[in-house]
Write a protein that binds this ligand. Sequence first.
Ligand code: 4AD
Length: 430
Amino acid sequence: MKYTYIENIADFVDKEVEIRGWVYNKRSSGKIQFLMVRDGTGIIQGVATEKDTEPESFSLMDNLDQESSVIVRGRVREDKRAPIGYELSIGSLEVVGESKDYPITPKSHGVDFLLQNRHIWIRSSKQWAILRIRAEVVKAVEDYLWERGFMRFDAPIFTPSACEGTTTLFEVDYFGEPAYLSQSGQLYCEATASAFGRVYCFGPAFRAEKSKTRRHLTEFWQVEPEIAYAHLDDSIELASGMIEYLIERVLINRKRELEVLERNISLLEGIKSPFPRIRYKDAVKKVNELGESMNFGEDFGAPQETVIGKNYDSPVVVTHFPREIKAFYMRKEPGNEELTLSFDILAPEGYGEIVGGGEREFEAEKLKREIKERGLGEDAFKWYIDLRKYGSVPHAGFGLGIERTVAWLCGITHIRQTIPFPRTLGRAYP
Ligand code: 4AD
């Protein structure tokens, strides 16, 4: 008898197999009992009858609860009517662990209750599908970059300074000195880009986001590529290609998961880069035309991003944001010190910003001036300014937020379901 995962069940038609999993659901109709078993790779329907199933196992099934862990043995049968096209004719069954009063039942529960039980909620089919898509996105991002000669390195989590503004810093006591949880690995990417050419870091970012929104976590994951000898356009091209590639990979490899989520895939299928581009100043005009108000110099909030994004059926690239609403490291547009060589990519269907990036200031004096004007404290940035003293070159990169990208690809409204254990304002449990 061969132990197998449900995802490989098609290789075992008319053979005896062993499945190790958990009870997803069960129902009985007289002398036949139906047992849905999940093993992390899929769900299969097992059928037990007095004729085919050992009597002891058959009676055990009466007392099985949702999420009891079980080892089931039986013969695989092809059956077009079964949800996955195969069924298991159960010969015997062994209970490994009980599951009395499992709190998440097929009836609907409130979100707070589900988040409080996130450690087991992730077993539910929709959460399973979302997290499988997340895993695909993470792998695809790395494949995309490795195929293009990028080298991964890991940026530190304890950092001496603010990369993305001081309002969202998490401060920690680092042996009596203040240190900050990393908001972004970008500054370190810039150092490694001068050592290795094309690099990326991939890791958690921490931001003390005080607003409760559908798009903000206090701990999220970012992939951040950085390219030496590169400009704004190179960065936009790399990011757009990455998004196109992610869609393709998910549509091919995670079709079943998209079906579980009832995602309308026609909204993803036609998306190809290059994406439409619009300058910030024109985007502001458009926002006002579309009925949301905003002034030049203000940052987009969720409503503004939503109206712009909804105006296109593909992602849209917004470029040249004003200096005062972007981070200190942005290079200015030649001839216009008030605008930056920056870009955001907004996802369609109202999902908002999924990528932020741009060209970096590579001249030491300009960078120092910016750090000073923003009161960021030059000491903590000494090493970063050094990079401009020793063989500085134009360079550019971006950060793609994994959770927002996954939320869009899955078509779900809140990003808290796209990370196994979400951290938000007011929640750091479980
Ligand atoms: O636009 P952001 O702030 O850019 C940076 O951090 C740059 N240092 C990246 C770089 O150029 N290397 O963040 C990048 C992306 C956003 O587009 C968004 O997808 C995600 O990170 N993001 C968040 N995701 C979830 N919760 C939050 N609080 C997020 N803040 C940013």
